[in-house]
Design a protein around this ligand. Structure first.
Ligand code: GLN
Length: 488
């Protein structure tokens, strides 16, 4: 039993194809592992025992009938962040506001996973409405980091990352608005891949900040992430920002050799606040890439110091608008007692949103108000253009960029929320990428002296997923620095 959950998603998929293991057995092993480990880690808000077993039966029948031949993940259990709508299954966004919300439709990514025969095993924990960096703002309580139960798994997709790290899912879907896939992947020693904005349909993803949100994948190997991204990518008429591109065959990038690849290492701001142990790991990784034949070029990138403030303004502005739909009238929580319509709005929103969500709605409303629009929101948009230009300039001379994923390893539980500004700093290397809509992934690059995983971030050009996948794949194959084999 224990052995099964140690496998990568693709390895399990292959065994299922070869009839060496039944889908039912794989799902049972997964459910058993969840039962044993959930009390320690709390990766899930909802575990789908019955539904997963039913789905296992259906998928096995399809496989036995010779269908799903081209689907490498058929029969493989996957965790879904609880901000992705699943028909007939509670989708809470880790908020009291949506605690009883049962969507009447599947998100496009869920339809695609189902069509590929993946088995949805549960809805994973997250920061409320994806706002946070630790998964501690969840209405359902924090998830624990499988490497050290006293530490956070990162956020906002901490449940997805911890589930993969703890062997409670073979791979996971999550969303990334400002680092929410990459930062928890780094803290939990797994791989997290956020694609170019527009690659994956956002239809059915509960919005935080629509111009930044993007669904991506997490896995135990680069190949798992590439394969699962391939499954969910592609044009969707239901999302007007999804791109009519046709180069989504990410598995083509799983090839050996990096000779001649130009890797840029932006200095300056990217190093601000960087822990010496993480800095050392990054230097070692750079050496490894050099040995593999890549050209490394260090240079300064302009405007990056404004990425954080600009992200906070834009994300909060969009959030304040997106979250206005939760008013106690249409769906979601409604306060029990109220005097009139305005009182209903106020009580509902006061009672059902957590602190962090309220803080961001207030900030977002302020920067969009007529008095402050010019000096905050409009300025943030201008900064966003500068950041875009800065990346464009960098990509004139480089194929990909390399930075740390996070300044430090996972902090202790209970130490972050009291100082939100400090917490916002943990995604300081991530948010610029969302502002520019670029693809990026995080891959483990060793353990620090506390035995905690550290992450390396690779950033690609727009639709340059294949470059970062190839670089990460080769880094992974080189083995020496990637250490994501914990007790599971
Ligand atoms: N930690 C960032 C925030 O709190 C990023 C969140 C995200 O990517 N969803 O906004």
């Amino acid at each position: 039993m224990k052995e099964i959950t140690k496998m990568t998603a693709l390895a399990l998929g292959q065994m299922i194809k070869k009839k060496e293991i039944k889908v039912f057995e794989a799902v049972l092993a997964q459910l058993e592992a969840i039962k044993q480990r959930e009390p320690s880690y709390h990766c899930y808000i909802t575990v789908l025992e019955e539904e997963a077993l039913q789905m296992a039966k259906k998928v096995q029948e399809q496989i036995d009938a010779g269908l799903l031949e081209d689907s490498p993940l058929a029969g493989v259990p996957v965790a879904i962040k609880d901000n992705i709508c699943t028909k007939g299954i509670k989708t809470t966004c880790a908020s009291k506001m949506l605690a009883d919300y049962v969507p009447s439709y599947d998100a496009t990514v869920i339809e695609r996973l189902k069509a590929g025969g993946a088995i949805i095993i549960g809805k994973s924990n997250m920061d409320e409405f994806s706002m946070g960096s630790t998964t501690e703002t969840s209405y359902y309580g924090a998830t624990k980091n499988p490497w050290d139960k006293e530490r956070v798994p990162g956020g906002s997709s901490g449940g997805s990352a911890a589930a993969v790290a703890a062997g409670e899912a073979f791979f996971a879907l999550a969303s990334d608005t400002g680092g929410s896939i990459r930062q928890p992947a780094a803290y939990c020693g797994v791989i997290g891949l956020k694609p170019t904005y527009g690659t994956v349909s956002r239809y059915g993803l509960i919005a935080y900040a629509s111009s930044l949100d993007q669904i991506g994948t997490m896995g135990k190997s680069v190949s798992d992430c590439a394969s699962s991204l391939e499954l969910i990518s592609g044009y969707d008429p239901k999302d007007s920002t999804s791109i009519k591109e046709s180069h989504f065959q990410y598995r083509d990038a799983l090839v050996e050799g990096l000779k001649g690849m130009k890797i840029g290492v932006p200095k300056g701001i990217w190093k601000a606040g960087l822990d010496p142990e993480n800095a050392h790991a990054i230097q070692e990784a750079i050496g490894l890439f050099r040995n593999m034949g890549a050209h490394i070029e260090e240079f300064e990138m302009e405007s990056m110091e404004y990425a954080g403030p600009s992200y906070n303004i834009i994300a909060c502005a969009e959030a304040s608008s997106n979250l206005s739909r939760y008013d106690g009238v249409k769906y979601g929580f409604r306060s029990m007692e109220y005097e009139d319509l305005e009182d209903l709005y106020i009580k509902t929103r006061s009672e059902a949103f957590g602190e962090e969500v309220k803080r961001r709605i207030m900030l977002g409303t302020l920067v969009l108000s007529s008095d402050y629009y010019e000096s905050y929101y409009k300025k943030a948009l201008k900064v966003r253009s500068l950041i875009n230009r800065s990346f464009q300039k960098a990509f004139e001379k480089c194929d990909i960029l390399l930075t740390p994923t996070t300044p430090t390893t996972a902090p202790k539980l209970g130490t972050s929320l009291s100082d939100p500004l400090k917490m916002y700093h943990t995604d300081t290397y991530n948010v610029a990428i969302n502002l520019a809509g670029l693809p990026a992934l995080s891959i483990p690059c060793g353990l620090d002296s506390k035995g905690l995983p550290m992450g390396l971030q690779l950033i690609g050009k727009h639709f340059g997923e294949k470059d970062i996948i190839r670089a990460a794949y080769n880094f992974e194959q080189s083995g020496s620095l990637v250490s994501n084999g914990n007790e599971f």
